[in-house]
Design a protein around this ligand. Structure first.
Ligand code: GDP
Ligand code: MG
Length: 163
């Protein structure tokens, strides 16, 4: 099967925007409301001639049980376990939050090849957050702006290296 690339991270960091950017189409719903992506979405895509399947996820919420947030989390964790490569996205303007750290730990423990993505870097408000990303233990953050189409070539390089 084509390598599966899961886009994960807490709600509102720009996962769906990045997924659409990488898929080259507007497939996922982008919204300011955290958690608007409820199910895992798939898109077939090509990266420099390599077939791959992109997965957009609902995002990590810190909840267990049968609430919506818990289902989102379970779906996202399932997508990580099913992935060949994980893109761990955070909002560099917001910096690294407690929730980012909790889920970075989950992704690290999964042992999956991971690319750390610092999103929303189009303004200097992201500078501190970019630096904070180094503390996640996932390597150097790749700096992108999914919305403004910045850094996507560097991200493609990092994905290609991980393939
Ligand atoms: P998700 O919940 O992680 O899927 O996040 P979305 O893709 O739905 O985006 C959440 C919000 O962040 C939306 O308002 C997007 O327009 C915005 N957003 C996404 N990428 C960027 C970016 O690169 N820069 C800025 N400033 N906003 C972004
Ligand atoms: Mg989304």
């Amino acid at each position: 099967r084509a390598p599966r690339i899961a886009v994960v991270g807490r709600p509102n960091v720009g996962k769906s925007t990045l997924f659409n950017r990488l898929a080259g189409k507007k497939l996922a719903i982008v919204d300011d409301t955290p958690g608007v992506t409820r199910d895992v979405r798939e898109a077939k895509s090509k990266l420099r001639g390599h077939d791959m399947t992109l997965l957009d996820t609902a995002g990590f919420e810190n909840a267990r049980g049968d609430k919506l947030e818990a289902r989102m989390r379970a779906g996202t964790e399932g997508a990580v376990m099913d992935a060949d490569i994980v893109l761990f996205v955070y909002d560099a303007r917001a910096g690294i939050t407690a929730l980012d750290r909790i889920f970075a730990e989950f992704v690290r423990k999964s042992g999956k090849p991971t690319v750390l993505v610092a999103n929303k870097v189009e303004s200097s408000a992201a500078d501190v957050g970019i630096t904070e990303g180094y503390s996640l233990g996932m390597g150097d953050p790749i700096e992108v702006s999914a919305e403004h189409n910045i850094g996507i070539v560097d991200l493609d390089d990092a994905i290609e290296l991980a393939l």
